[in-house]
Design a protein around this ligand. Structure first.
Ligand code: BEZ
Length: 221
């Protein structure tokens, strides 16, 4: 089955984009990366998503994340569509601040497992789903999500998960439900009490539970 699994080295594909031909790992350099796919150019939900992503480029940059989009149309279509996207943001004349991959042969969409068999174009061909891949500086896949074409994504949530990925890559913690930066985090279960005390100078609080097991351990990172 095509696709990429968590922990896999992300394929170092070559592709035509709105900034020319790229080799993906060279494009990423030492940065984190986010690749998000769209069903088609000149479609309404995709336009709102790309416009939102464009408005958040400063936030992705702050986190050291390089952005790249993909859709199954040509570079020429992408370039023209980008003007609509920026106009939707009220920024006519400003270029889209990240490239779009032209996957008009669908080869990358097949390789990465992104096609949605329930969304068919006028020629009976499947469209791309709304996939998101977050890739770490080690080029390994850290997160993937997959939405159908009819459900637009929440780019604030993508920033939130990147904050969690980057924190948990540095510290032996995990982020609980609805966590946001600044909130307490959980000490991971594999750490002993002594290790947790040594690693977290802000202290560790443990919630008393009916089971008597001491696994709900919070700390301020
Ligand atoms: C959209 O982006 O609006 C869209 C694209 C394909 C199917 C449904 C919606």
């Amino acid at each position: 089955m095509p696709g990429v699994l968590l922990g896999d080295v992300f394929p170092n594909f070559e592709a035509e984009t709105t900034i020319g031909r790229i080799k993906f790992h060279d494009f990423l350099g030492d940065s984190w990366g986010i690749l998000f796919s769209h069903p088609r150019d000149f479609t309404p939900v995709c336009t709102t998503e790309l416009a939102c992503a464009a408005g958040l480029t400063g936030e992705f940059k702050k986190r050291g994340v390089k952005m790249i989009a993909l859709s199954i149309d040509s570079v020429e279509d992408h370039t023209n569509w980008s003007k609509d996207v920026m106009a939707f943001n009220g920024e006519t004349g400003t270029p889209l601040p990240f490239p779009i991959i032209a996957d008009d042969k669908r080869s990358l969409s097949v390789q990465l497992g992104m096609l949605d068999p329930d969304e068919i174009d006028k020629d009976g061909m499947p469209l791309t789903a709304r996939c998101v891949f977050v890739i770490g500086p080690d080029k390994k896949l850290k997160l993937s999500i997959l939405y159908p074409a009819t459900t637009g994504r929440n780019f604030d949530e993508l920033l939130r998960v990147i904050d969690s990925l980057q924190l948990t890559a540095q510290k032996k913690v995990a982020t609980p439900v609805n966590w946001k930066p600044g909130d307490k985090v959980m000490v991971i279960p594999s750490l002993s009490e002594a290790e947790a005390t040594a690693l977290f100078p802000n202290g560790v609080t443990c919630k008393e539970l009916p089971s008597g097991k001491k696994y709900l351990r919070f700390t301020q990172p």
